[in-house]
Design a protein around this ligand. Structure first.
Ligand code: NAP
Length: 553
């Protein structure tokens, strides 16, 4: 890996004045959607910013997740940043859900068009970030030992970026390639090879049908089955594109005002429990058009009422079973309400995953009930029933969501405690953007932010961050200190809402949405489920009130 070095003054034209000033006003980590949005909004506010990323290209998630079949689960035309109306009109999406390469190409286009590259330093890992109490600055250190100072330190590292590698016995003994799904080796040739996939979440659901086309064999080791919704991919037609581009303001407003930040037409004003069985089936069927839309555009109570949730889950699994030829296999692939409610785990969208199991070269191994996984061997995977031989093993085992990237290296606050230490049992924050004892530090979509269409949440967070920095600079403050009582209040509110949702059952099925998939930390409340739209309102109210959660010094 080579380091891309840019001149120290590149991008620097500081809002901080005087001889004794930091290298940059702001330093951010992560050249994905967050880094790009930060460059746009902070540059507009007159700040100097440098964005570091250890990847060799911009793209964030879309630079890393190079596994076959990787694609967005949000529809293309609202899985994007909205600050440039010109770019929204110019960029042409080719299909409903763009593949990884198309989304990354879009991000590169934004970076080039807005001349952002001078602010981005790639191939550079940050290994420490430390608050310097005497100056009120942050100092970040790179993997090569260089260090840079800034007034504002911002994480744009992504909420699903730090891999969770399971502590499987024998993991190092396998002789062939074995890697986490988000670290897919460039140019790996899997054609004609026997591939073992450990894990059956959203990543595997996208990967397996693509692998199956040319691999000799694909064997999926499944612990927990998923409620799988169909993606129903389709190409972007000129008529559809025109309709979108003629209505972008309304689409942006829909995202801003939706509980999951999506351009969906909901709430719909009807509950499944009020419908007759005939109406229910008709509405479920009529809306079976792909995407998460089905959950939101059929009835309003599917995620609120256990009875409604069960009816929705049963409908989904009946559709799933109809696509799998072998009834016994179909049963193994489908969860029931007694296993867990719909959305206690994040449901995957599929592009032919279920049909892939109708092929002779795709196999499912139930490692929960039938034959638990014992170890990885030199030649493959051993279960309690038999040995499976592979040429390649993929660990599609998920991520340390929301906090993992922030805990992976020391981020040291005012008291000398790291974020990792602070978040021992509770991952508290103020609206997912600030943490008490970490002055002048922001997170984009940190813990206790909502789970939503990410570009929508990212842009809303960056708008709040920029407004806060504008106040700091306008009023001449050196530091802001997130208040402990504001953090306690947000943490309590988030936990109270979480406890009332069906998502609170995620801990019984290792859901990453509660950090229940991690070996190193216990399950906890990680997501604000009060509605992304109400969360964005709370951020706007905070900014309008002069950021009462922060103490300015
Ligand atoms: P995941 O949903 O957390 O799934 C991980 C899988 O690995 C699960 O099946 C899990 O089983 C299994 N697993 C973990 N540890 C294991 C162990 N020790 N032994 C056996 N199996 C083990 O991870 P993911 O599929 O990477 O997806 C994570 C999230 O990333 C998604 O929910 C989504 O939000 C995001 N994502 C998005 C897209 C997109 O938008 N296009 C695509 C992919 C991923 P259990 O369920 O039993 O724990």
């Amino acid at each position: 890996m080579t380091t891309t070095t840019i001149a120290p003054e590149a991008g620097a034209a500081s809002a901080t004045t005087g001889a004794d000033r930091p290298d940059f006003d702001a330093i951010a980590i992560g050249a994905g959607f967050a880094g790009i949005a930060l460059i746009h909004y902070l540059r507009e506010a007159g700040l100097s910013i440098r964005v570091f990323d250890r990847a060799s290209d911009v793209g964030g998630t879309w630079a890393w997740n190079r596994y076959p079949g990787a694609a967005t689960d949000s529809e293309s035309y609202y899985y994007c940043l909205t600050f440039s109306k010109e770019i929204l009109q110019e960029w042409k999406w080719t299909q409903r859900y763009p593949g990884r390469a198309e989304t990354q190409a879009y991000m590169r286009y934004v970076v080039d068009k807005c001349d952002m590259m001078p602010h981005i330093q790639l191939n550079t890992e940050i290994t420490e970030a430390r608050f310097l109490a005497d100056k009120g600055w942050w100092q970040v250190t790179t993997g090569t030992g260089e260090s840079f100072t800034c007034k504002y330190f911002i994480s744009g590292m992504g909420m699903i970026s730090q891999p969770e590698i399971p502590a499987l016995k024998g993991l190092d003994s396998f002789k062939g390639p074995i890697f986490h799904s988000s670290r897919w080796p460039e140019g790996l040739d899997y054609a004609g090879k026997r591939v073992g996939v450990i894990g059956a979440g959203a990543t595997s659901v996208q990967m397996v049908p693509e692998l199956a086309k040319t691999a000799a064999d694909v064997t999926v080791f499944q612990r927990t089955p998923n409620y799988i919704l169909p993606a129903m991919q389709r190409p972007m037609t000129p008529e559809w594109e025109k309709e979108i581009k003629d209505n972008y303001d309304a689409i942006i407003a829909k995202c801003r005002n939706h509980v999951f930040g999506m351009a969906f037409d909901s709430p719909v004003g009807r509950n499944v429990l009020d419908a007759t069985p005939e109406e229910r089936e008709r509405i479920f069927e009529e809306n079976w058009n792909g995407s998460f839309r089905w959950v939101f555009e059929t009835f309003d109570d599917l995620l609120a009422s256990p009875e409604a949730n069960k009816l929705a889950g049963d409908f989904i699994t009946s559709k799933m079973k109809a696509r799998v030829n072998d009834p016994e296999l179909a049963e193994l692939l489908c969860p029931t309400y007694d296993d867990y409610p719909l959305f206690a785990k994040r449901p995957p969208l599929d592009h032919g995953y279920l049909e892939a199991f109708n092929r002779d070269n795709v196999h499912l191994v139930d490692i929960k009930k039938r034959e638990p996984l014992v170890e990885v061997t030199e030649t493959g995977v051993r279960t309690t029933a038999k040995d499976y031989d592979f040429d390649i093993i993929v660990l599609a085992t998920g991520f340390k969501a929301y906090t993992g990237a922030l805990e992976a290296f020391p981020i040291i606050g005012a008291s000398g405690e790291t974020l990792n230490e602070k978040w021992g049992t509770v991952s508290g924050s103020i609206m997912g953007v600030c943490v008490a004892d970490f002055p002048n530090m922001f997170m984009v979509t940190g813990p206790q932010a909502p789970f939503a269409n990410l570009p929508t949440s990212i842009e809303q967070n960056v708008i709040w961050i920029t407004a806060c920095i504008r106040k700091m600079e306008h009023e001449g403050h050196a530091t802001f200190w997130p208040k402990a009582e504001a953090e306690a209040a947000w943490t309590k509110q988030t936990a109270d809402i979480h406890a009332q949702t069906l998502m609170a059952q995620g801990d019984k099925v290792n859901s990453w949405m509660m950090g229940a998939n991690r070996a190193d930390k216990g399950a906890r409340v990680l997501i604000y489920f009060g509605g992304a739209n109400f969360y964005y309102d709370a951020m706007d109210q905070s900014a309008a009130a002069g950021f009462p959660e922060l103490e300015f010094r």
